[in-house]
Design a protein around this ligand. Structure first.
Ligand SMILES: Cc1cc2nc3c(=O)[nH]c(=O)nc-3n(C[C@H](O)[C@H](O)[C@H](O)COP(=O)(O)OP(=O)(O)OC[C@H]3O[C@@H](n4cnc5c(N)ncnc54)[C@H](O)[C@@H]3O)c2cc1C
Length: 394
């Protein structure tokens, strides 16, 4: 089969690896608009279940990914000036730099005979029309999806809060949440390690806080300097870094949740963020992109009928990620409605933070939810028993 993958992100690269493993005669080319070794963002998180799935699909790349990841099993949550807790031992989590992950997948794909063409932007399907299968792994703003938005049933919901995906030289050894109150409202960060020199620090706030702090009109350097002051305690005097590459720039963004009713049209199929995005606060988008690759590969090798294979991929994969998508939407809702929770007694707030994936949390008054012991999810079951005050709540 002649396959063109547009976009050299985790979804396309992993799909090409799995296809080559199943049948080395596949002729696969990946087209990536950016130069090799350059990417957006910093580190991404993943969980043990993902590693098990990766290991089953391709042990070689799974082992290299794990060897290049950092791990943590404690969670550090702080409400500035009020309380902080260390939750241990929590679920084991992993972090890996996006650049390292893409480098590993690129090398593995090439070793199996995949051609990866960097600095090659594909602006329309006609440029790769001679392929038997065209994989749109071109991310959230997919150029291949766009002209067929009506067919795919594309819907985009823009989140209310603004965020910036930053790096820092502070090495977080726990997954860290820090909520800071300003005169214009709350601002918070999620920090996690991904390598020996850097950690990720995603900073988020409501638009009113963002404007109130003047972050809508300051340049990058001034924004970072203000954020370093606000998060000085958690950053321990370390700097925030806007750009992973010298030519890049950090931007304030609003998260776009993309959904598509259909995931294929004739020989064009959507994978990863082109098909669906999940709010970053549950750290699952990369894992889902890799999982799409697994499902698509399996579907394509179950039958010789392309449209039957793509229909099966769409049906099975949409069902498999439904719960994760709902969890992501609930988590985004928690942060967009932080004022519902932030003034609760800190231990309750921290417990509910661990419950943010739950649909019931957004429907019930927080105190009722907490009091009724609606602690259904795995993480939430762990939290109440393991909250260890690092500083006594006031
Ligand atoms: C702030 C933030 C934090 C996140 N944290 C996590 C996390 O902790 N864990 C996690 O699992 N996920 C996380 N994610 C989500 C994750 O980054 C994405 O879900 C994942 O990268 C999707 O992979 P992909 O291959 O579908 O798309 P992408 O990684 O976006 O790759 C798409 C590629 O296509 C290329 N491209 C686009 N258009 C074209 C074109 N026309 N021609 C050629 N190339 C093109 C792009 O340059 C890009 O390299 C986070 C996202 C954000 C925004």
């Amino acid at each position: 089969m002649k396959i063109a993958c547009v976009g050299g992100g985790p979804a396309s690269l992993y799909f090409s690896i799995l296809m080559k493993r199943v049948d080395p005669s596949h002729d696969i080319t990946i087209y990536e608009r950016n130069p090799a070794g350059s990417t957006y963002g910093w580190g991404v998180t993943y969980w043990d279940e993902l590693f098990d799935n990766l290991y089953a699909a391709d042990p070689e790349s799974a082992q290299t990914i794990k060897a290049n990841s950092v791990r943590w099993n404690t969670w550090d949550a702080r409400i500035h000036d009020r309380a902080s807790v260390l939750i241990e031992p929590g679920d084991e989590g992993f972090g890996i730099g996006r650049r390292a992950l893409l480098g590993i997948l690129d090398e593995r794909a090439r070793s199996l005979g995949v051609r990866v063409e960097y600095e090659r932007e594909i602006t329309g399907q006609e440029e790769v029309a001679d392929a038997d299968l065209i994989v749109a792994g071109d991310g959230v703003n997919s150029a291949l999806r766009e002209p067929h938005a009506a067919h795919f049933g594309t819907e985009v919901r823009t989140g209310r809060n603004v965020y910036m995906w930053l790096g820092t030289t502070k090495i977080f050894t726990s997954f860290t949440f820090s909520f800071v109150e300003t005169e214009h409202g709350w601002i918070w960060c999620y920090g996690y390690g991904f390598g020996k020199d850097h950690s990720t620090c995603v900073i988020e706030c409501a638009p009113e806080t963002w404007r109130g702090l003047g972050l809508h009109e300051t340049n990058e350097a001034d924004s970072l300097s203000l954020l370093e002051k606000l998060f000085a305690e958690v950053l321990d005097g370390h700097r925030l870094i806007g750009r992973a590459q010298p030519e890049g720039t950090a931007h304030w963004l609003t998260f776009r949740t993309v959904t598509n009713r259909r995931w294929f049209k004739d020989k064009l199929v959507l994978v990863g963020d082109a098909a669906h995005t999940t709010h970053y606060s549950i750290g699952a988008g990369t894992a889902l992109a890799l999982g799409d690759a697994v499902f698509l590969t399996e579907a394509l090798h179950e039958t010789d009928d392309l449209s039957q294979a793509l229909a099966s991929y769409q049906k099975e994969r949409q069902a498999a990620i439904k719960m994760t998508r709902r969890a992501a939407s609930n988590s985004a809702h928690f942060y967009e409605n932080l004022t519902r929770y932030i003034d609760l007694p800190p231990m309750q707030m921290f417990a509910l933070l661990g419950q943010r994936h739950s649909s019931w949390l957004r429907r019930l008054p927080p105190r009722v939810y907490y009091g009724a012991g609606w602690l259904g999810t795995r993480m939430a079951r762990l939290i109440p028993a393991r909250l260890i005050p690092a500083r006594a709540p006031e």
